[in-house]
Design a protein around this ligand. Structure first.
Ligand code: SF4
Length: 374
């Protein structure tokens, strides 16, 4: 193994800057955003190379406005690897030297790579060593991330380029009309953007990544009572959860005498509108989830609540993270679980509202944009 954990056999170093690099990362929101520092590093190393980003069609907005990306080719719903490979070949045109940077590293990208010309150089990112994976999966020990997630993508770029490179920044790039659209949407919902606004995202794909709805509701009440407006977002599938938080938060008399309620935005935001809304927040609160990474990538001061997953996978410069590091069982998984294997769910239940409110106030006081980090 190399210093970066990549197996040398997977790497065929290019002698010169290639004409094109096809980057594979098909999903999901957070994972795609976490490739942005690596893409920036790749662009800085090879300024003339055409960078083609291969991604599921519904996520194309996440990379379409990235100035380092030359073209985005969206994988259509149900499209097979052979048809998609033909479209990627068309995207690189007559290029003689082409590399494939696989930052997905799963069966889908493996099948796709098999359909691309064998003469094209390939580098596959290395997610984690087996020795790190197996004991956690078997529940023998908690997960301790050995390096930042974004650094693993960066290591793959260094392998491709063949030298160490300065790290890029975590960034999300909005479309031209995204913020304006979000302003209009928030205005219709009664939000005054001249006043502080906290965004909250109480959902997550896995149950053990979710701070309880009642705790979110109490945090929303603290914010409203101090005169800070609150919007709560969630996907279509998270409508019930968001409604529960909004209902439990109820109406609150703020210190300056206004009657305030949290605004329910569940199911109303596509990726463009979500980016626009988050970018307009004074601070954002979320679990370990795509919206949390989006908020960090937009430089919005972010309060992250971690339970069963390891916050050491990410950098928190300019942000705050709450995590019960003293719990012997935490973090018990890489992605989250359907339920707590111990039954007590202390990792999330014991993250107190008071702690969260203190951290959130700190971020709100900071006001200005946080420094960007991976
Ligand atoms: S309390 Fe411990 S075992 Fe339960 S979900 Fe949280 S980290 Fe996992």
């Amino acid at each position: 193994m190399t210093r970066t954990g990549l197996t040398p056999l997977r790497v065929l170093r290019l002698r010169d800057e290639p004409e094109a690099v096809i980057v594979l990362r098909f999903s999901a929101l957070g994972d795609v955003l976490l490739t942005s520092p690596a893409i920036a590093a790749l662009r800085a190393a090879w300024p003339r190379t055409r960078i083609v980003y291969a991604i599921k069609e519904r996520f194309t907005h996440l990379v379409a406005h990235n100035p380092h990306v030359s073209e985005v080719v969206g994988l259509r719903e149900g499209e097979g690897p052979w048809s998609y490979a033909q479209r990627l070949r068309a995207a690189v045109g007559q290029a003689q030297s082409v590399a494939v940077l696989d930052l997905h590293g799963k069966i889908r990208s493996k099948l796709l790579r098999a359909c691309l010309p064998p003469s094209w150089t390939r580098v596959v990112w290395h997610k984690r060593d087996l020795l790190e994976t197996v004991p956690v999966k078997l529940g023998l020990k908690p997960h301790r991330a050995s390096m930042l997630f974004a650094d693993r993508y960066h290591a793959a770029v260094e392998q491709l380029v063949g030298r160490t490179l300065p790290r890029g920044e975590l960034r999300a790039f909005l479309g031209a009309g995204d913020a304006a659209r979000a302003r209009e949407l928030l205005g219709r919902a009664g939000i005054d953007l001249a006043r502080p606004l906290v965004g909250m995202s109480p959902g997550a794909n896995w149950e053990t990544k979710r701070w309880p709805a009642e705790q979110y509701a109490q945090l929303a009440r603290h914010s409203l009572a101090s005169g800070v407006q609150v919007v709560i977002q969630g996907s279509e599938l998270e409508r019930d959860l968001v409604q529960r938080v909004v209902r439990a938060a109820g109406e609150v008399q703020s210190a300056d005498g206004r009657a305030l309620r949290a605004v329910d935005l569940a199911g109303q935001l596509d990726l463009a509108a979500l980016g626009g809304v988050v970018s307009l927040c004074t601070a954002f609160v979320a679990n370990d989830s795509g919206p949390m990474h989006l908020s960090r990538a937009l430089g919005v001061p972010t309060l992250a609540l971690f339970g069963s997953t390891d916050p050491r996978m990410f950098s928190w410069t300019g942000h705050r993270v709450l995590f019960k590091s003293e719990l012997a069982c935490a973090p018990c998984s890489f992605f989250g679980r359907r339920r707590c294997p111990r039954g007590h769910f202390r990792c999330m239940r014991e993250l107190s509202v008071d702690e969260a409110w203190l951290a959130l106030q700190e971020l709100l006081r900071g006001g200005a944009r946080a420094s960007l980090s991976a």
